[in-house]
Design a protein around this ligand. Structure first.
Ligand SMILES: Nc1ncnc2c1ncn2[C@@H]1O[C@H](COP(=O)(O)OP(=O)(O)O)[C@@H](O)[C@H]1O
Ligand SMILES: [Mg+2]
Length: 258
């Protein structure tokens, strides 16, 4: 699999005031693959996602997209490249229906008038293309949906814009077994359609089930970037909790800071 990475970050640093959160982080996302980003609470996963999305400016480091250096100054630059993010705190509007949520801020209009027919059919189309069958009507209000259905809608929304890279911050954290199943299936289908997916998850069984690669962050440094098939879950637990795994080839232990 020697495909060009869709997204490649090199040597990323990010501080908030005196708190240095990301240290020389490298992150690579390939088309058609699910890359899992794992790490303990506070490791810097959400910060990294927000840096990719242009929400946080980088202090230093290189940002490459589709093999070319790019500058991402804000969320608009990221979405123009085809990068979409589903945040941990979802950001769907309860009182709006599925179509309204999917097109919020990016409504399709004919002159000044909303083109409801087009938006409705595009919403149906993207749900169908991802084989989402659990949603009865795209005119259902989001408040009537289960947690799993909301995640499904949020992910489908991210897939709606011909996205090339979709970043999912803990999409299964609040879900039960059956709903987690649906969301993981959707994540896999999204990658199979050619999208490069970054999946943040605490749940190692989810990670092992759906991810092609695993990037482990420990205290803001990359502890390992490995193919899922080359690691055991015991090794990943070690990487998450100690930053290194003694018997893992290719895992770079973060240099100890004196
Ligand atoms: N906006 C911010 N201002 C200051 N510190 C922040 C901010 N966002 C995150 N941090 C700090 O950065 C570290 C990493 O946080 P975060 O990226 O949310 O970790 P994770 O998602 O892996 O749990 C934490 O110590 C957190 O307190
Ligand atoms: Mg987080």
């Amino acid at each position: 699999m020697s495909t060009t990475p869709l997204l490649e970050l090199r040597g990323i640093n990010k501080s908030f005031g005196v708190v240095h959160v990301l240290h020389d982080v490298d992150l690579t996302i390939y088309p058609g693959q699910v890359t899992a980003l794992v790490g303990d609470n506070g490791a810097g996963k959400s910060t990294l996602v927000k840096a990719v999305a242009g929400i946080y400016p980088l202090d230093s480091g290189e940002y490459h997209f589709d093999g070319k250096p790019v500058t991402v100054h804000g969320p608009k630059d990221a979405s123009a490249l085809g990068i979409e993010v589903v945040y941990q705190d979802l950001a769907l509007c309860e009182n709006l229906d599925i179509v309204e949520n999917m097109f919020l801020g990016r409504e399709v209009k004919t002159g000044p008038v909303l083109d409801e027919t087009t938006m409705e059919s595009k919403a149906r189309e993207v749900l169908a293309s991802l084989s989402v069958r659990t949603v009865k009507s795209v005119r259902q209000s989001v408040s009537s949906l289960s947690g799993g259905q909301r995640q499904t809608v949020a992910i489908a929304k991210a897939a709606l814009w011909n996205s090339k890279v979709v970043l999912l911050d803990e999409p299964t954290a609040a879900l039960g077994v059956a709903q987690t199943r649906q969301v993981l299936d959707l994540v896999r289908r999204l990658a199979d359609s050619g999208v490069g997916v970054l999946l943040i998850s605490h749940n190692l069984s989810d990670v092992f089930e759906v991810a092609d690669r695993i990037t482990a962050l420990y205290l803001g440094r990359v502890a390992a970037d490995v193919a899922t098939k080359d690691v055991t879950s015991r090794q990943v637990v070690e990487l998450i909790t100690t930053g290194s795994s003694s018997d893992l080839d290719g895992a770079s232990a973060p240099s100890a800071t004196a």
